[in-house]
Design a protein around this ligand. Sequence first.
Ligand SMILES: [Zn+2]
Length: 426
Amino acid sequence: VSPLDQRAVRQHNLSLVIRHVATYGVRSRAAIAVETGLNKATVSSLVAELIGRGLVVESAHTNVGTVGRPSRGVELAGNQIAGIGLCITEKHLRAYGLDLTGAVRFDESLVRDNPSTPPHEVLTDLATLASDALAAFERERITPVGVTVALPGLVDMSTGKLFVAPNLNWSEIPVVDLLRERLGSVGFRIHAENDANLAALAELWDGAGRRLRDFVYVDGGFGAGVGAGIVAGGELFRGAAGLAGEFGHTRVSRRGPRCRCGSRGCLENFAGWDALIRRAGLNGTGEDSVEILDVLRARAEAGERRTLEALSEVASWLSLSLVSLTNLLGPQAVVLGGCYAALSEWLVPRVEQDLRLSLSAPWSPCRVLVSELGREAAIRGAAGLALHQVLHDPTAVGGSFSEDRPYSDRTMFTPRTSSVRLAAGE
Ligand SMILES: [Zn+2]
């Protein structure tokens, strides 16, 4: 075996062990060995390296796993590294830090009217939020491992350029380059990705223990837009150019209002948040979508007719599109997120009823689920992206380990656990 192969095997096995711990929680070395098929001495050596790199720690818990005498386990380290998610929506900027255990280490946002602000000003404010996060990490001695910006539009992942975001009135903005200029030299990569894709990844990674592999995350924004992230076989489906998932611009009518994308009759003009509150007569009732949502829910609970009709209209357009989607893709589930999750009581029954009309429904019914990630779905996915890259290649952090160090594990095993594939930079 060549040294290069040996390094690749070592890296693969480090990743296998840390992903096993990430998936199943506290584990003894003996349990990891049995459950991954690696031999025990190899596991001890791999765990020692992961501890040295600051990625796992000895756990206070004992007697974990399925076999062997009671012994101390290891678990993911919570205070060593963190990923940063940044988010630009129509009305907010947000920075969010997540550590390996999934704990939130930073969360700050600004209310902004982004569509009427020049992009370079928006990105200056976003960079300031990011700098605040980096400063907070420095105080806590946490190493940032990457930044991902969630954007409500078509993103070129290879360059970090935003092609177009109709609801921001932005086109051809080199978001990652502009952020890099503003942040100066940072020792990690900066990515940009579509926000609904990131929300789908967050659902894939920590979706309430559902372990879905084939689903569509439908992201109702608290603005004009409706997005979707498609997960097929446990991986994000991106399409030929990485631009798939523009569910909001699927056409549901030949007529209908002109959409900001230039087309006509797009779903989001019938089923988006802005369309909903307009139809419910709530335009201008409070600027903040949190307040508007409270009013909307209160009116629906009180049985106010106009509100219920508006919700029923949205449910009907949404389910019309979802029937097409499930006929086409055959997912296990559609997961409703964003404003659709917040209003699920009034939407889910109609969507469930209509999805029973999919041809395959009698044999493979598609479940209708509600995301539990709230308004954090996309930004959790953004912050989690860099962390998942570390789970994929643990040698990317804790550089004190020499790449030439001797090692003994020679057998490469295929992970028995569902592999956490990375969206970017593979
Ligand atoms: Zn459109």
